[in-house]
Design a protein around this ligand. Structure first.
Ligand code: ADP
Ligand code: MG
Length: 379
Protein backbone atom coordinates (compact mmCIF):
# COMPACT_ATOMS: atom_id res chain seq x y z
CA UNK A 1 0.00 0.00 0.00
CA UNK A 2 1.50 3.40 -0.91
CA UNK A 3 1.09 6.45 1.30
CA UNK A 4 -1.80 7.87 -0.72
CA UNK A 5 -3.77 4.64 -0.20
CA UNK A 6 -2.67 4.50 3.43
CA UNK A 7 -3.91 8.06 3.97
CA UNK A 8 -7.26 7.23 2.32
CA UNK A 9 -7.56 4.18 4.58
CA UNK A 10 -6.57 6.20 7.65
CA UNK A 11 -9.25 8.78 6.88
CA UNK A 12 -11.90 6.11 6.52
CA UNK A 13 -10.93 4.48 9.78
CA UNK A 14 -10.94 7.81 11.65
CA UNK A 15 -14.19 9.22 10.26
CA UNK A 16 -16.09 6.23 8.87
CA UNK A 17 -16.58 7.57 5.33
CA UNK A 18 -14.55 8.35 2.18
CA UNK A 19 -12.63 11.65 1.74
CA UNK A 20 -13.05 13.72 -1.41
CA UNK A 21 -9.33 13.84 -2.20
CA UNK A 22 -5.70 13.47 -1.11
CA UNK A 23 -3.07 16.22 -1.45
CA UNK A 24 0.64 15.96 -0.64
CA UNK A 25 3.71 18.13 -0.19
CA UNK A 26 7.36 17.16 0.30
CA UNK A 27 9.81 17.83 3.08
CA UNK A 28 12.91 19.67 1.91
CA UNK A 29 16.65 19.56 2.25
CA UNK A 30 18.57 22.77 1.87
CA UNK A 31 21.59 22.40 -0.38
CA UNK A 32 23.01 25.72 0.82
CA UNK A 33 21.87 29.09 2.21
CA UNK A 34 21.12 28.73 5.92
CA UNK A 35 19.32 31.39 8.00
CA UNK A 36 19.58 33.68 4.96
CA UNK A 37 15.86 33.58 4.18
CA UNK A 38 14.72 35.90 6.97
CA UNK A 39 17.62 38.21 6.05
CA UNK A 40 16.08 38.72 2.57
CA UNK A 41 18.90 36.63 1.08
CA UNK A 42 19.35 33.59 -1.15
CA UNK A 43 18.58 29.92 -0.46
CA UNK A 44 18.88 26.79 -2.60
CA UNK A 45 16.63 24.01 -1.27
CA UNK A 46 15.07 21.02 -3.02
CA UNK A 47 12.00 18.90 -2.31
CA UNK A 48 12.73 15.36 -1.07
CA UNK A 49 11.01 12.05 -1.75
CA UNK A 50 9.46 12.08 1.72
CA UNK A 51 6.02 13.64 1.79
CA UNK A 52 3.07 14.55 3.98
CA UNK A 53 -0.39 13.54 2.78
CA UNK A 54 -3.68 15.21 3.66
CA UNK A 55 -6.96 13.36 3.02
CA UNK A 56 -9.84 15.81 3.25
CA UNK A 57 -13.63 15.87 2.95
CA UNK A 58 -15.72 19.00 3.20
CA UNK A 59 -18.57 19.18 5.71
CA UNK A 60 -22.02 20.78 5.50
CA UNK A 61 -21.31 22.85 8.65
CA UNK A 62 -18.31 25.09 9.48
CA UNK A 63 -16.58 22.66 11.86
CA UNK A 64 -12.89 21.92 11.11
CA UNK A 65 -11.56 18.59 12.39
CA UNK A 66 -8.06 17.10 12.07
CA UNK A 67 -6.43 13.91 13.16
CA UNK A 68 -3.12 12.33 12.23
CA UNK A 69 -1.38 8.97 11.97
CA UNK A 70 0.73 9.84 14.99
CA UNK A 71 -2.08 10.96 17.27
CA UNK A 72 -5.47 9.27 17.63
CA UNK A 73 -6.93 12.48 19.05
CA UNK A 74 -9.39 14.33 16.78
CA UNK A 75 -9.00 18.10 17.26
CA UNK A 76 -12.00 20.24 16.37
CA UNK A 77 -12.41 24.02 16.02
CA UNK A 78 -14.46 26.66 14.25
CA UNK A 79 -12.53 29.45 12.55
CA UNK A 80 -13.13 32.76 14.30
CA UNK A 81 -11.07 35.93 14.37
CA UNK A 82 -9.34 34.85 17.56
CA UNK A 83 -6.15 32.97 16.87
CA UNK A 84 -6.38 29.28 17.83
CA UNK A 85 -4.04 28.37 20.71
CA UNK A 86 -2.92 25.37 22.73
CA UNK A 87 -3.68 22.67 20.18
CA UNK A 88 -0.14 21.26 19.99
CA UNK A 89 0.56 19.57 16.62
CA UNK A 90 -2.92 20.44 15.33
CA UNK A 91 -1.93 24.12 15.27
CA UNK A 92 0.07 23.43 12.08
CA UNK A 93 -2.86 22.26 9.90
CA UNK A 94 -5.55 24.30 11.70
CA UNK A 95 -3.27 27.35 11.70
CA UNK A 96 -3.25 27.16 7.89
CA UNK A 97 -7.06 26.99 7.85
CA UNK A 98 -7.19 29.94 10.24
CA UNK A 99 -4.91 32.07 8.05
CA UNK A 100 -7.19 31.18 5.08
CA UNK A 101 -10.43 31.81 7.04
CA UNK A 102 -11.63 34.60 4.73
CA UNK A 103 -11.80 32.02 1.93
CA UNK A 104 -13.70 29.48 4.04
CA UNK A 105 -16.78 28.08 2.33
CA UNK A 106 -17.22 24.83 4.28
CA UNK A 107 -16.00 22.90 7.31
CA UNK A 108 -13.77 19.86 6.80
CA UNK A 109 -12.54 16.55 8.17
CA UNK A 110 -8.81 15.91 7.66
CA UNK A 111 -6.53 12.94 8.23
CA UNK A 112 -2.74 13.44 7.92
CA UNK A 113 -0.10 10.80 7.25
CA UNK A 114 3.59 11.33 6.46
CA UNK A 115 6.99 9.76 5.99
CA UNK A 116 8.90 13.00 6.56
CA UNK A 117 11.04 12.57 9.70
CA UNK A 118 9.85 15.02 12.37
CA UNK A 119 12.29 17.51 13.89
CA UNK A 120 15.12 16.31 11.64
CA UNK A 121 15.63 19.61 9.85
CA UNK A 122 13.79 18.29 6.77
CA UNK A 123 10.79 20.51 7.43
CA UNK A 124 7.98 18.17 8.32
CA UNK A 125 6.24 21.36 9.43
CA UNK A 126 6.26 22.95 5.96
CA UNK A 127 5.13 19.64 4.45
CA UNK A 128 2.02 19.70 6.69
CA UNK A 129 1.35 23.38 6.02
CA UNK A 130 1.76 23.15 2.24
CA UNK A 131 -0.28 19.97 1.74
CA UNK A 132 -3.02 21.50 3.88
CA UNK A 133 -2.88 24.88 2.11
CA UNK A 134 -3.11 23.25 -1.32
CA UNK A 135 -6.04 21.06 -0.21
CA UNK A 136 -7.99 24.04 1.17
CA UNK A 137 -7.12 26.17 -1.87
CA UNK A 138 -8.75 23.48 -4.04
CA UNK A 139 -11.87 22.69 -2.02
CA UNK A 140 -12.56 26.31 -1.06
CA UNK A 141 -11.67 27.50 -4.58
CA UNK A 142 -9.52 30.19 -2.97
CA UNK A 143 -7.51 30.84 -6.16
CA UNK A 144 -4.17 31.45 -4.43
CA UNK A 145 -0.87 31.09 -6.32
CA UNK A 146 1.85 28.68 -5.10
CA UNK A 147 3.85 31.60 -3.64
CA UNK A 148 0.73 32.90 -1.85
CA UNK A 149 0.15 29.43 -0.42
CA UNK A 150 3.77 29.32 0.77
CA UNK A 151 3.25 32.67 2.52
CA UNK A 152 0.05 31.33 4.12
CA UNK A 153 2.02 28.34 5.47
CA UNK A 154 4.68 30.66 6.85
CA UNK A 155 2.06 32.88 8.53
CA UNK A 156 0.54 29.78 10.17
CA UNK A 157 3.96 28.83 11.53
CA UNK A 158 4.87 32.38 12.63
CA UNK A 159 1.54 33.68 13.94
CA UNK A 160 -0.24 30.56 15.13
CA UNK A 161 2.49 28.07 16.09
CA UNK A 162 4.76 30.94 17.17
CA UNK A 163 7.96 29.78 15.45
CA UNK A 164 9.74 32.77 13.84
CA UNK A 165 10.89 30.89 10.72
CA UNK A 166 11.56 32.34 7.26
CA UNK A 167 9.93 31.61 3.91
CA UNK A 168 12.39 29.01 2.56
CA UNK A 169 10.73 25.80 3.71
CA UNK A 170 7.24 26.52 2.43
CA UNK A 171 8.49 27.93 -0.87
CA UNK A 172 10.58 24.81 -1.45
CA UNK A 173 7.72 22.51 -0.50
CA UNK A 174 5.31 24.32 -2.84
CA UNK A 175 7.60 24.92 -5.84
CA UNK A 176 10.16 22.10 -5.86
CA UNK A 177 10.79 20.20 -9.10
CA UNK A 178 11.82 16.62 -9.50
CA UNK A 179 15.08 17.29 -11.29
CA UNK A 180 16.61 20.15 -9.37
CA UNK A 181 16.77 22.72 -6.62
CA UNK A 182 14.94 26.05 -6.32
CA UNK A 183 16.99 29.22 -6.04
CA UNK A 184 14.85 31.60 -4.02
CA UNK A 185 15.62 35.29 -3.78
CA UNK A 186 13.85 35.96 -0.51
CA UNK A 187 13.87 39.72 -1.12
CA UNK A 188 11.87 39.63 -4.35
CA UNK A 189 10.43 36.09 -3.97
CA UNK A 190 11.73 35.39 -7.46
CA UNK A 191 12.37 31.65 -7.89
CA UNK A 192 14.65 29.97 -10.43
CA UNK A 193 14.85 26.28 -11.22
CA UNK A 194 18.46 25.04 -10.91
CA UNK A 195 19.15 21.61 -12.45
CA UNK A 196 21.38 19.54 -10.15
CA UNK A 197 22.53 16.91 -12.65
CA UNK A 198 23.52 14.58 -9.81
CA UNK A 199 22.44 11.27 -11.33
CA UNK A 200 24.45 11.89 -14.54
CA UNK A 201 27.51 12.01 -12.28
CA UNK A 202 26.43 8.95 -10.25
CA UNK A 203 26.03 11.21 -7.23
CA UNK A 204 23.36 11.03 -4.55
CA UNK A 205 22.42 13.29 -1.66
CA UNK A 206 22.74 11.34 1.59
CA UNK A 207 20.93 12.59 4.68
CA UNK A 208 22.55 11.84 8.01
CA UNK A 209 19.83 12.36 10.59
CA UNK A 210 21.49 12.70 14.00
CA UNK A 211 18.10 11.99 15.62
CA UNK A 212 18.82 14.90 17.93
CA UNK A 213 15.52 16.75 17.83
CA UNK A 214 15.32 20.54 17.68
CA UNK A 215 12.43 22.84 18.35
CA UNK A 216 12.22 26.16 16.49
CA UNK A 217 9.93 27.57 19.12
CA UNK A 218 12.94 27.37 21.48
CA UNK A 219 15.28 30.30 21.93
CA UNK A 220 18.28 29.55 19.66
CA UNK A 221 16.62 30.32 16.36
CA UNK A 222 14.93 33.44 17.71
CA UNK A 223 18.14 34.80 19.23
CA UNK A 224 20.01 34.33 15.92
CA UNK A 225 17.26 36.27 14.23
CA UNK A 226 17.56 39.07 16.76
CA UNK A 227 21.35 39.25 16.28
CA UNK A 228 20.82 39.62 12.51
CA UNK A 229 18.32 42.43 13.06
CA UNK A 230 20.72 44.14 15.43
CA UNK A 231 23.59 43.83 12.92
CA UNK A 232 21.49 45.31 10.13
CA UNK A 233 20.39 48.18 12.34
CA UNK A 234 23.95 49.02 13.35
CA UNK A 235 24.99 49.01 9.69
CA UNK A 236 22.00 51.17 8.74
CA UNK A 237 20.55 48.72 6.21
CA UNK A 238 17.08 47.28 5.98
CA UNK A 239 18.41 43.71 6.01
CA UNK A 240 21.77 41.92 5.90
CA UNK A 241 21.05 41.15 2.25
CA UNK A 242 22.17 44.68 1.46
CA UNK A 243 25.72 44.02 2.74
CA UNK A 244 28.59 42.63 0.68
CA UNK A 245 31.75 40.83 1.77
CA UNK A 246 33.59 44.14 1.21
CA UNK A 247 31.45 45.71 3.97
CA UNK A 248 32.65 43.23 6.59
CA UNK A 249 35.74 45.15 7.81
CA UNK A 250 33.46 48.13 8.51
CA UNK A 251 30.99 45.85 10.29
CA UNK A 252 33.76 44.44 12.46
CA UNK A 253 34.60 47.94 13.71
CA UNK A 254 30.99 48.83 14.34
CA UNK A 255 29.73 45.98 16.53
CA UNK A 256 30.52 43.43 19.23
CA UNK A 257 32.24 40.20 18.24
CA UNK A 258 29.22 37.90 18.54
CA UNK A 259 26.96 40.13 16.43
CA UNK A 260 29.76 40.53 13.89
CA UNK A 261 30.19 36.78 13.50
CA UNK A 262 26.43 36.34 13.01
CA UNK A 263 26.56 39.04 10.32
CA UNK A 264 29.61 37.50 8.66
CA UNK A 265 27.84 34.14 8.36
CA UNK A 266 24.86 35.68 6.58
CA UNK A 267 26.92 37.87 4.24
CA UNK A 268 29.32 35.09 3.23
CA UNK A 269 26.52 32.51 3.02
CA UNK A 270 24.61 34.63 0.49
CA UNK A 271 27.75 34.77 -1.62
CA UNK A 272 28.22 30.98 -1.32
CA UNK A 273 24.68 30.32 -2.56
CA UNK A 274 25.34 32.30 -5.75
CA UNK A 275 28.75 30.64 -6.18
CA UNK A 276 27.06 27.24 -5.78
CA UNK A 277 24.61 28.07 -8.56
CA UNK A 278 27.46 28.89 -10.93
CA UNK A 279 29.51 25.84 -9.86
CA UNK A 280 26.49 23.64 -10.61
CA UNK A 281 25.99 25.24 -14.01
CA UNK A 282 29.48 24.14 -15.07
CA UNK A 283 29.51 20.90 -13.04
CA UNK A 284 32.53 22.12 -11.04
CA UNK A 285 32.13 19.50 -8.35
CA UNK A 286 35.30 20.28 -6.38
CA UNK A 287 34.12 23.84 -5.96
CA UNK A 288 30.65 22.66 -4.95
CA UNK A 289 32.22 20.48 -2.25
CA UNK A 290 34.36 23.33 -0.94
CA UNK A 291 31.35 25.64 -0.74
CA UNK A 292 29.33 23.11 1.27
CA UNK A 293 32.21 22.65 3.71
CA UNK A 294 32.76 26.41 4.02
CA UNK A 295 29.05 26.80 4.75
CA UNK A 296 29.25 24.19 7.48
CA UNK A 297 32.32 25.82 9.06
CA UNK A 298 30.56 29.18 9.03
CA UNK A 299 27.49 27.73 10.79
CA UNK A 300 29.70 25.97 13.31
CA UNK A 301 32.11 28.82 14.12
CA UNK A 302 30.34 32.08 13.24
CA UNK A 303 26.62 31.36 13.58
CA UNK A 304 27.13 28.68 16.27
CA UNK A 305 24.11 26.54 15.40
CA UNK A 306 25.87 23.21 14.88
CA UNK A 307 26.20 20.47 17.50
CA UNK A 308 28.98 17.85 17.95
CA UNK A 309 26.83 15.17 16.29
CA UNK A 310 26.48 17.29 13.13
CA UNK A 311 30.19 18.12 13.05
CA UNK A 312 31.01 14.42 13.36
CA UNK A 313 28.51 13.55 10.60
CA UNK A 314 30.17 16.02 8.23
CA UNK A 315 33.74 14.93 9.09
CA UNK A 316 32.87 11.24 8.71
CA UNK A 317 31.05 11.81 5.43
CA UNK A 318 34.20 13.44 4.05
CA UNK A 319 36.33 10.53 5.26
CA UNK A 320 33.91 8.18 3.50
CA UNK A 321 34.56 9.98 0.22
CA UNK A 322 31.81 12.61 0.00
CA UNK A 323 32.56 15.52 -2.33
CA UNK A 324 30.99 17.91 0.20
CA UNK A 325 28.84 17.92 3.31
CA UNK A 326 27.13 20.34 5.66
CA UNK A 327 24.44 20.50 8.31
CA UNK A 328 21.07 21.43 6.81
CA UNK A 329 18.09 23.21 8.34
CA UNK A 330 17.83 25.56 11.29
CA UNK A 331 20.42 23.81 13.45
CA UNK A 332 20.69 22.75 17.11
CA UNK A 333 19.99 19.17 15.99
CA UNK A 334 18.54 17.61 12.90
CA UNK A 335 20.43 16.37 9.86
CA UNK A 336 23.50 16.87 7.71
CA UNK A 337 23.60 16.25 3.97
CA UNK A 338 26.49 14.79 2.00
CA UNK A 339 26.93 14.56 -1.76
CA UNK A 340 28.57 11.27 -2.53
CA UNK A 341 29.06 8.70 -5.27
CA UNK A 342 26.13 6.27 -5.11
CA UNK A 343 28.54 3.32 -4.84
CA UNK A 344 29.94 4.77 -1.59
CA UNK A 345 26.59 5.26 0.15
CA UNK A 346 26.60 2.05 2.16
CA UNK A 347 30.21 2.67 3.18
CA UNK A 348 29.16 6.11 4.39
CA UNK A 349 26.37 4.58 6.44
CA UNK A 350 28.69 2.04 8.08
CA UNK A 351 31.34 4.63 8.89
CA UNK A 352 28.86 7.14 10.31
CA UNK A 353 27.23 4.51 12.52
CA UNK A 354 30.64 3.38 13.81
CA UNK A 355 31.83 6.94 14.46
CA UNK A 356 28.65 7.83 16.39
CA UNK A 357 28.93 4.72 18.49
CA UNK A 358 32.57 5.40 19.26
CA UNK A 359 31.72 8.93 20.41
CA UNK A 360 28.90 7.68 22.62
CA UNK A 361 26.24 9.49 20.52
CA UNK A 362 22.76 8.06 19.89
CA UNK A 363 22.34 6.02 16.70
CA UNK A 364 21.97 8.17 13.54
CA UNK A 365 19.89 7.31 10.47
CA UNK A 366 21.42 7.52 7.01
CA UNK A 367 19.33 7.54 3.83
CA UNK A 368 19.52 8.93 0.31
CA UNK A 369 17.00 11.54 -0.84
CA UNK A 370 15.89 12.20 -4.41
CA UNK A 371 14.94 15.73 -5.51
CA UNK A 372 11.15 15.57 -5.87
CA UNK A 373 8.17 17.58 -7.03
CA UNK A 374 6.43 20.14 -4.84
CA UNK A 375 2.86 20.12 -3.50
CA UNK A 376 0.33 18.33 -5.70
CA UNK A 377 -3.03 16.58 -5.70
CA UNK A 378 -2.59 12.81 -5.45
CA UNK A 379 -6.13 11.44 -5.68
P1 ADP B 1 10.79 20.06 11.29
O1 ADP B 1 12.27 20.31 11.15
O2 ADP B 1 10.48 18.61 11.08
O3 ADP B 1 9.99 20.97 10.46
P2 ADP B 1 9.41 21.48 13.38
O4 ADP B 1 9.63 21.54 14.86
O5 ADP B 1 9.47 22.72 12.59
O6 ADP B 1 10.44 20.39 12.82
O7 ADP B 1 7.99 20.82 13.10
C1 ADP B 1 7.63 19.58 13.65
C2 ADP B 1 6.20 19.63 14.19
O8 ADP B 1 5.28 19.71 13.05
C3 ADP B 1 5.79 18.38 14.92
O9 ADP B 1 6.21 18.42 16.28
C4 ADP B 1 4.27 18.41 14.76
O10 ADP B 1 3.70 19.30 15.69
C5 ADP B 1 4.09 18.99 13.36
N1 ADP B 1 3.97 17.88 12.39
C6 ADP B 1 4.93 17.45 11.54
N2 ADP B 1 4.51 16.39 10.81
C7 ADP B 1 3.24 16.13 11.22
C8 ADP B 1 2.25 15.14 10.86
N3 ADP B 1 2.49 14.21 9.96
N4 ADP B 1 1.06 15.19 11.49
C9 ADP B 1 0.81 16.15 12.43
N5 ADP B 1 1.69 17.09 12.81
C10 ADP B 1 2.90 17.10 12.23
MG1 MG C 1 10.01 23.10 10.66
Amino acid sequence: MNLTQQTLAGFKEAYGYEPSGVWSAPGRANLIGEHTDYNNGFVLPFGIDRRTYVALATREDKICRVTSSFSSEVVEIELRDDRPTGLDWALYPLGVAWVMRESQTTGFDVFIDSDVPIGAGLSSSAAVECSMALALNDVWEAGKSPIELALIGQRAENEVVGAPTGIMDQTASMLARSDGAVLIDCKTMETTHIPLGLSEQDLVVAVIDTQVSHRHSDGGYRSRRESCEKGAEIMGVESLRELEVADLPRAKEAMDDVTFRRVRHIVTENQRVLQTVSALADARLDELGELLLASHASMRDDFEISIPELDLAVATAMEAGAIGSRMTGGGFGGAAIAIINSAKLSQLETQVEAAFEESGFGAPRVFAVIPSQGARKEA
